[in-house]
Design a protein around this ligand. Structure first.
Ligand SMILES: [Zn+2]
Length: 96
């Protein structure tokens, strides 16, 4: 199994990979059409919108959840700001 280095999303199908390229290290959400990786801010914003849209999280919680998820990844070690607790994170994942 491949995981996106920027957001941790599992990439299984060709369309999960950036530019449908199975050699890509980043997923379709984190890759621009020219093959480069989006900025941290753009990726962060995409996932905040995802959490807000898919489970009705408010903006505060969505941002904390995204930070929680991203901070596990080497790509994001420079990220700062409030982070969701394990309980908040687990409760959200169960709703997905
Ligand atoms: Zn990604």
């Amino acid at each position: 199994m491949h995981y996106c280095i920027a957001c941790g999303m599992p990439m299984e199908k060709p369309e999960d990979f950036g530019n449908n390229d199975p050699a890509a290290q980043t997923c379709v959400h984190c890759t621009q059409t020219d093959g480069s990786v989006k900025s941290c801010q753009e990726i962060f914003e995409w996932w905040v919108q995802f959490f807000m849209d898919s489970m009705g999280a408010d903006r505060d919680l969505a941002e904390k959840l995204v930070r929680k998820n991203m901070l596990r990844l080497p790509y994001w070690q420079a990220l700062s700001g409030p982070v969701a607790t394990d309980e908040e994170f687990d409760a959200t994942m169960q709703k997905l």
